[in-house]
Design a protein around this ligand. Structure first.
Ligand code: ZN
Length: 490
């Protein structure tokens, strides 16, 4: 099998040759757990889930490491601002680790619904502070980092003389330097392009650790360098993440590995593109930030109704991971239709009886499946071939095509395998998807009831409540709004 991967580092497709024969090390940047997971989290999770599944199918033993950022990620993604988790903790009057626990559980349960396999290791930044401090020490000893008032910075100018900084994102640091030299005195950094690998904690900073430079916390980029090296080695095979992480996060990871270990961290860099909503970037200010749970229950003003997690998964896989993907209700409705078409074809195929002779070559179909994924995990091309197979399955059903027993068995298992095991689409039925829509129906009913109450039409409001009660749906009015649940059978 000739698997090729588009390497962001070389900006071209390269033949995949693992460092260690049949072992593959893959590191993917996970979420900073300070809020509910949204559509933007689903795309890297699903993209690299398919990579994980397919590499294993090709016979590789894969160690898949995906981190949880639970400290050190500051508000502006660089060196300034509050810690995202600490800020949320103050806001919700919780311990930072309660925030971490709450949103990690939400992230896990959403990913489970999306049928993403668990990574082999899911390390956290706070569990690897010692490793991060050790790496900072190495960078200082190697002359690429300096301490200033209890913080430690990577000296990008010095680093850039030995290694190219900006190699991944294509940013020219010389241009940036020219433009920022005048800011020099306003910061304790030697140069404004330098970035913190260890930050001094001021007296209000909650999450802090002792270090040779005083009490502080690790810079956001450092955890990934320290944890990937610990679990996968100083240079490993694949590093993945969203395109938005390319700069500064991944650029900084490359610099840290060179500065501490004198080697590049990963052989292949893979980046998934972003998801837009109605052509716009997702953002809290645009109110188009839709959480995964809201997709699953339809509870968001941008959503016409609820969408099953498998519809979301299919929608994401219908686009190549490097392409942009625009969400709209109509695109999700089309994805649901497409998904159900594939799932019902599995059943149709299982009910077909074999013939004495085969009228076509199933090997050619199988080759098409493989060649699409071997071409940089091209899932939309694979899905197009699977849809072609649906036509073939319908022709078999109508006896316009035939397969002998051996070929039919092989075709059935291959078709199902690529849908269920490689693309990770669970074979759920149309009925299940309809059941899922009850969430959407309830949302409409409760809105109607609320409107009635606002208009002081209590007769209608009570009628909705009483009629729902008759069909075992109980609604409760609370401070946070109205909730509902199915009454348990006595
Ligand atoms: Zn990372």
């Amino acid at each position: 099998m000739n698997l090729t991967i588009y390497n962001t580092l070389s900006r071209k497709k390269e033949k995949f040759v693992p460092i260690n024969k049949n072992h593959v090390g893959m590191y993917v940047c996970g979420p900073t757990v300070y809020g509910s997971p949204h559509l933007g989290h689903a795309r890297p999770a699903i993209t690299f889930d398919v990579v994980f599944r397919y590499l294993q199918h090709l016979g590789y033993k894969v160690r898949y490491v995906r981190n949880i950022t639970d400290a050190g990620h500051l508000e502006n993604d660089a060196d300034e601002g509050e810690d995202k988790i600490a800020k949320k903790a103050v806001l919700e009057k919780l311990e930072p680790m309660e925030i971490v626990q709450k949103y990690t559980l939400e992230y896990h349960s959403s990913l489970e619904l999306l049928n993403c396999l668990s990574p082999s290791i899911e390390p956290r930044a706070t569990g690897h502070v010692i490793e991060q401090i050790e790496m900072v020490k190495k960078m200082i000893v190697n002359g690429f980092a300096y301490e200033q008032n209890g913080s430690v910075y990577l000296d990008v100018t010095k680093y850039n003389k030995r290694y190219p900084y900006g190699i991944l994102s294509g940013r020219k640091i010389d241009d940036t330097l020219e433009g920022t030299r005048e800011l020099h005195n306003q910061s304790e950094k030697k140069n404004s392009v330098d970035f913190a690998i260890w930050k001094k904690a001021d007296k209000n900073h909650i999450m802090r650790w002792s270090s040779p430079w005083g009490e502080g916390f690790p810079g956001w980029h450092l955890e990934c360098s320290a944890m990937s090296a610990k679990y996968l080695g100083k240079t490993f095979d694949i590093h993945g993440g969203g395109m938005d992480l390319m700069f500064p996060h991944h650029e900084a990871e490359i610099a840290q590995s060179h500065a501490a270990n004198n080697c590049t961290p990963a052989k292949y860099w893979m980046h998934n593109n972003m998801i837009t909503i109605d052509g716009q970037k997702m953002g809290k200010s645009l109110n188009n930030f839709i959480n995964l749970e809201e997709f699953f229950n339809g509870n968001h003003e941008k959503l016409d109704r609820a969408y099953h997690p498998m519809t979301i998964r299919f929608f994401i896989l219908q686009a190549h991971y490097r392409g942009t993907l625009d969400f709209s209700n109509s695109a999700l409705a089309a994805a649901e239709k497409g998904f159900l078409k594939l799932i019902s074809a599995i059943q149709t195929l299982k009910n077909i009886t074999h013939n004495k002779v085969s009228s076509f070559d199933i090997k050619k179909i199988e080759e098409k499946y493989y060649s699409s994924l071997n071409d940089d995990f091209n899932t939309p091309i694979l899905i197009a071939h699977l849809f072609d197979s649906v036509k073939t399955i319908n022709a078999l059903k109508a006896s316009k095509e035939t397969l002998n027993k051996k070929d039919l068995t092989k075709f059935t298992s291959t078709f199902e395998f690529f849908i269920v095991d490689v693309l990770g689409l669970k074979p759920i039925t149309q009925k299940k998807i309809k059941d899922n829509n009850i969430e959407g129906i309830m949302k409409i009913l409760l809105e109607l009831r609320n409107k009635a109450k606002q208009n002081k039409d209590f007769i209608t409001a009570d009628m909705i409540r009483d009629e729902l009660d008759k069909i075992s749906i109980q609604i409760k009015d609370g401070r946070e709004g109205t909730t509902w649940n199915m009454k348990k059978d006595d």
